[in-house]
Design a protein around this ligand. Structure first.
Ligand code: ANZ
Ligand code: ZN
Length: 827
């Protein structure tokens, strides 16, 4: 460090300071979590990252660094903060990389993790690496497999033949949540197909009511909660039976509008409906088969696109209306989804838009039965009248409102044995098996004698074989052709049997990592009940909004299962959730495939970790994010250097005096303490930095803007030490260095967060005179720094002034700040 230049011109030596404190923290174990400190525990969780070739980019930094500032703030507030970090390290990218390069996923993953861990350390966050979790390591996936067995034991894991999403490029099954709205594979943007396959599912649908109810109890972004409500999709309605003519088969249709029953003009089956084959007449068979084949190649998402032209085919068969006995043609159409409701629909073209469009295309009758008032048909109207209204032409139900009718029709059908009230959900069971190599093997054995047999818990982990040379997916899991893995004995009968060749969706691994962190090294169990009780629910979770429908639903499901199994005492794992905004590059989300990632290293080398952290925090509203530019970074460099020089000027000064804290400094200081604390709690990082900059300016005014000939004083030391504490969450290295320069031996993060004094924060008040046309009419007290607008409002609110203004016109208001409000009136 050069002491030659005057302090006001000295650069801030970030490189040596940051390296020094990172080493000091690590050696001293400053951030080791202490279960027994007696302080209230506070769990700060950020979504862990995938150790890809991308390495850590600005987007990661944006998620991690400001969140660590929040964690540091909580620590200074007296909490025992738990801030762990780990890696979500199973998954396709490592495997695809292996296919391209021949490098084993275990090796490339380990390399990426080693690299990223070092990158993460450069943030200078409070991560306690003793709790690191790596999902692809056997001591973690052993417990992922334990989870699978737990699900199986509880009847929540089952295998079935189902039409599943198949990515022809990734050559694997995908969960509904992994298919984009455009029906493209989330990973590789290939058009997803539908295939009938035998797959493992988790029965998440058993939990849909609890998943829905829990949303009302957590402090999450409203938008995310709304998305989950929509995805869970509770729909209350009636299941109505339509007997098939000349047969004893029955079609059950799910409807939310039983009040429209008299307007049904045809019935529709989904192409995958099990009755399609049986009821189709010989004449129609060819046409129906061809239609079904084409329809099933499309995904559900595609089929539900609203403005798609409706297509379908007549089966040649009719069904009876349950109340009138009228014959209704049965059609097959792909706008009806096989897995929703009952996979069959009673079509009411007059009151349902999809049915209306379909009826128009195929010239099917439209019969109106609901009007705005009874018997009010709307002549020549375009499209369907889909609102609730009053029933007509509906037999004994005519004249009822829709609400009344839905219940009355339901009751009537129930007495006839032709219907019942029912609830339908949009959320489907989760397909968890994958036909890929780099994942946790499914701990199940298929025995020709005993059927499906779970691997005993004592034999976990079922190790992923390392000696695999062919990762290329061929529609089957690569493990299927590893003889040494597949061949096993049945745990039940000891006879020859085969292991399940599939691996688990990596979202299974990430559904419970936050439960493992507190007991990351525990060997005898997945977690320690007591630890979970003490540390949960997670006080603050931070991660991207793109996980709203996948990870954040799956994790809530896992939490509830853990609760039911007696491991976890809470209904919801994450109390408070914040989504950081997205840092864009060239207008797009950063990703290696787009080649637009911005690496933190060059910026770090130029300006250091604290400046980068503050710069990211200052760039705007944390939940909004924005385009990465380096435009404003010099402003932050200047701020950090100003705090540094100010501190150095005072602590190196050889002259001291006695003085008291000037009133303006005292007031600014206490206002800042209040605002910074409030803003850090609210993740409003940019505004708290703005307050800190203002405070720094005020302090320069006191200490001397050129920092020449600075005389120290106990008062100055006291105030600057407050500034150091306030800056500490945002610029931890700088704060630590200054703290030690002021002669302290320990870490500033063991210091208590400054208390603010509301009396001292209050602005001084002054007496304001109110004049009307130059004559004094009243006075009032106002803060010395009140804005003109405020003064004007207060003056106009005074009773005496109001009385004077009665019936007159206010022409002009002249405010002399801190002194007078002059009202000019006419008439
Ligand atoms: C008759 C009817 C008349 C309907 C009317 C609506 C309006 P939500 O609210 O989303 O649950 N439906 C039922 N099962 C379906 C399936 N498998 N595929 C496509 N559509 C299906 O929607 C329930 C409504 O969606 C049901 O009520 C049914 O159409 C349709 F004036 O039945 B409705
Ligand atoms: Zn057996």
């Amino acid at each position: 460090m050069t002491d030659k230049k005057p302090i006001s011109e000295q650069p801030y030596p970030f490189a040596e300071i940051e390296a020094k404190w990172q080493t000091w923290w690590a050696e001293r174990g400053t951030y080791k979590f202490n279960w027994n400190s007696g302080k209230p525990k506070h769990y700060v969780l950020t979504m862990f990252s995938y150790p890809s070739g991308d390495k850590l980019h600005m987007g990661h930094w944006y998620c991690y660094a400001p969140t660590d500032s929040y964690a540091r703030f909580k620590r200074m507030q007296g909490h025992e903060v738990f801030e762990p970090m780990g890696f979500d390290s199973f998954g396709l990218p490592a495997e695809n990389y292996a296919i391209k390069t021949g490098i084993h996923p275990a090796i490339s993953t380990a390399n990426n993790i080693r690299f990223m861990r070092e990158q993460l350390k450069k943030i200078g966050a409070m991560y306690d690496w003793d709790y690191e979790v790596v999902t692809s390591s056997p001591d973690y996936y052993k417990w992922t497999q334990w989870w699978f067995l737990l699900m199986y034991k509880r009847g929540l894991a089952y295998q079935k033949d189902a039409l599943v999403n198949w990515c022809p490029n990734c050559q694997t099954v995908l969960a509904n949540e992994q298919v984009g709205a455009d029906n493209l594979c989330e990973r590789c943007d290939t058009m997803v197909e539908r295939r009938k396959m035998r797959q493992w599912f988790f029965r998440i649908s058993d939990y849909n009511q609890r998943l829905l109810d829990g949303l009302d109890t957590i402090d999450w972004p409203e938008k995310t909660k709304a998305m989950q409500r929509y995805w869970i999709g509770k729909s209350e309605g009636t299941e109505i039976v339509f007997p098939v003519s000349k047969s004893d088969l029955r079609i059950e249709a799910f409807t939310t509008r039983a009040d429209t029953l008299f307007g049904v003009t045809y019935v529709v089956l989904a192409p995958e409906h099990p009755l399609v084959k049986g009821i189709t007449t010989a004449e129609q068979r060819g046409a129906v088969e061809e239609y079904v084949k084409k329809a099933l190649s499309l995904s559900e998402v595609d089929r539900q696109v609203v403005d798609r032209p409706k297509t379908g085919v007549f089966t040649g068969t009719y069904a009876k209306h349950p109340l009138t006995g009228i014959e209704l043609p049965i059609w097959v159409a792909d706008y009806v989804i096989g897995s929703y409701g009952t996979g069959a629909v009673m079509a009411v073209p007059a009151h349902d838009s999809r049915d209306f469009e379909f009826a128009k295309t195929y010239k099917l009758p439209v019969k109106e039965v609901i009007g705005k008032t009874s018997n009010e048909k709307e002549e020549d109207k375009e499209g369907a009248f889909t609102n609730y209204g009053v029933m007509f032409d509906s037999g004994e139900f005519s004249g009822m409102t829709s609400e009344e009718g839905i219940r009355a029709v339901g009751r009537k059908l129930e007495t006839l044995g032709l219907g019942k009230p029912t609830v339908t959900w949009h959320l489907r069971d989760w397909t968890v098996s994958r036909q890929r190599y780099w994942g946790a093997p499914i701990p199940m054995v298929h025995c020709p004698k005993c059927g499906i047999v779970p691997v005993p818990e004592s034999e976990l982990p079922v190790l992923l074989p390392e000696d695999v040379t062919e990762y290329k997916p061929k529609g089957k899991s690569p493990l299927a052709s590893v003889e040494s893995f597949i061949r096993t004995t049945c745990p039940n009968c000891n006879g020859p049997a085969e292991r399940d060749p599939d691996t688990m969706d990596t979202f299974v691994c990430s559904s419970w990592y936050y439960l493992r962190y507190p007991d990351a090294r525990l060997d005898s169990a997945p977690f320690d009940r007591e630890h979970l009780k003490e540390l949960f629910p997670v006080h603050q979770y931070v991660g991207g909004p793109e996980h709203a429908m996948g990870h954040l639903i799956y994790s809530r499901f896992f939490g509830k299962v853990a609760k039911d199994a007696g491991w976890f005492p809470y209904e919801e794992p994450f109390t408070r959730l914040i989504h950081q905004g997205i840092i864009l590059s060239g207008g797009e989300r950063m990703s290696k495939s787009k080649g637009n990632t911005v690496a933190p290293e060059p910026v770090l080398e130029r300006v250091g970790s604290d400046v980068l952290r503050c710069y990211l925090m200052f760039s705007g509203d944390y939940t909004e994010g924005g385009e990465w530019t380096e435009g404003g970074i010099t402003g932050i460099e200047r701020f950090i250097a100003r705090v540094w020089r100010l501190g150095m000027a005072v602590c190196t000064s050889t002259e001291t005096t006695e003085e008291t804290i000037p009133r303006d400094v005292e007031q600014r200081l206490h206002k800042t303490i209040e605002a910074v604390g409030h803003d850090l709690q609210a993740f409003s990082f940019n505004t708290q930095l703005a307050r800190l900059m203002e405070l720094t300016n005020t302090l320069y005014g006191w200490v001397g803007s050129d920092l020449k000939g600075v005389k120290s004083s106990p008062a100055k030391v006291q105030v600057i030490e407050m500034l150091i504490k306030l800056v500490a969450p945002s610029a931890p290295h700088l704060a630590e260095e200054l703290w030690s320069r002021f002669g302290h031996g320990g870490t500033v993060f063991d210091e208590a967060w400054p208390e603010y004094d509301a009396e001292k924060a209050k602005s001084d008040t002054v007496t304001i005179a109110v004049q009307i046309n130059g004559k004094l009419r009243d006075t009032f007290e106002a803060p010395a720094d009140a804005a003109n607008q405020e003064l004007e409002q207060s003056a106009l609110g005074l009773e005496k002034v109001k009385a004077q203004l009665e019936g007159k016109q206010l022409a002009k208001v002249i405010v002399v700040p801190g002194k007078i409000v002059n009202l000019v009136v006419k008439g």
